[in-house]
Design a protein around this ligand. Structure first.
Ligand SMILES: Cc1ncc(COP(=O)(O)O)c(C=O)c1O
Length: 493
């Protein structure tokens, strides 16, 4: 084969830690030539000296690629005669540029579940995960005690027992520490056996969707509401039915009474994203309604740790002896979202089903992280971190409201309650497209979510949610001024 036939081989020389080495790149290029027939069976390859010179590589690099291909069975060698393309290979198959480049018609179509997901993908595409100032849902990453976390991590990192398989339900000491915390701080009356550790609240939602309703049935949701919940229920093939919202959240006296609903998802302690807190008498009514209707309430207690005025409100799940409530929480706001740990507290008779579904879907949650977290909670660091974060976020929250008054009057109105880590604002000019504003704000380096994106049905409010926890003072000042300029520069509608 003439060396000219190798000229189209492109080798990327700037290799970094994870990119393939020069010899791996060469081996890959030769493999392709063999598979697509450019180098046919029995052909002798150029000598390593010639190829090295032609491609400006070292002979060692070329020899190492040849040896690799020989080991894989693509090449044979004869002493003194060099390397040949193996005659035992089927030829003429063109390896695809990408392993997923099939045309749709050639292959069996997706399962019904897959098709449902594909349809939902547009609206619920994984949101931009950039950790920018004002990204919603992000805690103050800079305030996390990383050094302490590392110390706890080192304590566990070489424990053999944590390197093996474990219970998909969770790491027992974490279940114990969490049960204690939830009983003391959230008014729950649960036993560690009722806790299922999940990969974030998102897996908790997915499990509820799989186990509590049938495809085609309606899941009742708040509107506006959490997109992660909408995504989980739609993915399981459920229909979404929005419930009427009152001043503080779900309008309990307007809930449907058809006996047809098996699941209501709600955020009674900080309605997401508007922040209302359902008062005690409405909570009790809600529980009564659920019992009468035989409907599970999935209570998402995602940021109840961050209430700044008055005492924290106890969770719905702890309000009665046998509540029809599946309680869920997350460490994404109280510790770190990257940890991907959340939990469910389920009635005892459902534990086995939830654990089995979790085992089938993902197996256990990362056990080392659970061990570190168990100590973090059990040794009091969690409570301390929460106290500090609460103080810090309250200051930021007050600063945000001052800034809004100063710069955004006449442009937008903050929703008074909002939630613990974000401020929801409603545009005074409701004809403004909040997706456009959010996108322009993003181009200036700031997160935010359009308020309209939390709506599922026809009613839509235009505005933004602005996460303030992961912002420094200057970022808040500059960000809010930038937002004011953006809004002022919008063309008159
Ligand atoms: C309403 C609500 N629930 C739960 C979560 C936590 O989700 P996860 O634990 O999957 O990160 C969030 C995070 O933004 C949220 O806003």
């Amino acid at each position: 084969m003439s060396v000219l036939e190798y000229r189209d081989i492109h080798i990327e020389r700037e290799t970094s830690g994870n990119s393939p080495s020069l010899s791996q790149q060469l081996a890959q290029a030769l493999r392709r030539k063999i598979m697509n027939g450019q180098l046919s069976a029995g052909r002798r390859l150029s000598s390593s000296r010639a190829l090295a010179s032609d491609l400006s590589l070292s002979r060692n690099t070329v020899n190492s690629a040849f040896e690799q291909l020989k080991a894989e069975g693509y090449l044979d060698s004869l002493p003194g005669s060099g390397f040949f393309v193996s005659r035992r290979l089927p030829t003429g198959d063109t390896p695809p540029e990408s392993a997923i480049s099939h045309s749709v018609e050639e292959w069996p179509q997706l399962s019904r579940y897959g098709q449902t997901l594909q349809k939902a993908a547009d609206k619920y595409a994984a949101r931009d995960k950039a950790n920018l100032p004002f990204t919603v849902g992000l805690p103050d990453l800079r305030a996390f005690p990383f050094r302490l976390w590392q110390q706890l991590y080192r304590r566990h990192s070489d424990r053999l027992v944590l390197g093996g398989y474990h219970s998909p339900q969770g790491y027992w000491p974490l279940q114990q520490a969490l049960a204690e915390y939830l009983n003391a701080s959230r008014g729950l009356r649960c036993r560690p056996e009722q806790i299922v550790i999940t990969q974030g609240a998102q897996q908790a939602l997915a499990l509820c969707a799989q186990l509590l309703i049938e495809p085609g049935e309606a899941a009742l949701i708040e509107e506006p509401g959490y997109r992660g919940a909408q995504r989980a229920f739609l993915s399981a093939g459920a229909r979404l039915e929005t419930v009427v919202m009152g001043k503080h959240g779900v309008a309990v006296d307007q809930l449907p009474e058809t006996g047809q609903h098996r699941l209501l998802y709600c955020t009674p302690t900080h309605q997401y994203p508007l922040g209302g807190i359902l008062p005690a008498h409405e909570r009790l009514q809600l529980l009564q309604w659920a019992e009468q209707q035989k409907c599970w309430i999935v209570e998402d207690d995602y940021d109840s740790e961050f209430h700044y005025y008055g005492q924290p409100v106890a969770a719905l799940a702890g309000m009665a002896e046998k509540t029809p409530v599946i309680y869920m929480g997350s460490f994404s706001k109280t510790v770190l979202p990257g940890l991907r740990l959340g939990y469910l507290v389920v009635p005892e008779h459902l534990v086995d089903a939830f654990v089995a579904a979790k085992a089938a879907g993902s197996g256990e949650s990362p056990i080392l992280s659970q061990a570190v977290l168990a100590d973090f909670i059990g040794e009091g660091h969690f409570a301390r971190h929460l106290r500090r974060s609460r103080r810090l976020y309250q200051q930021k929250w007050e600063h945000m409201r001052e800034l809004c008054q100063q710069h955004l009057q006449g442009l937008m109105t903050p929703v008074v309650q909002s939630a613990g880590m974000h401020l929801a604002v409603s545009f005074d000019d409701q004809s403004l497209d909040d997706r456009v504003i959010s996108q322009r704000f993003y181009q200036k380096g700031y997160g935010s979510s359009p308020l309209s994106s939390y709506y599922y049905g026809s009613e839509v409010r235009s505005g933004l949610t602005l996460g303030f926890a992961h912002t420094a003072e200057q970022e808040r000042e500059e960000g809010i001024q930038t937002l004011a300029e953006l809004l002022r520069s919008q063309p008159e509608s």
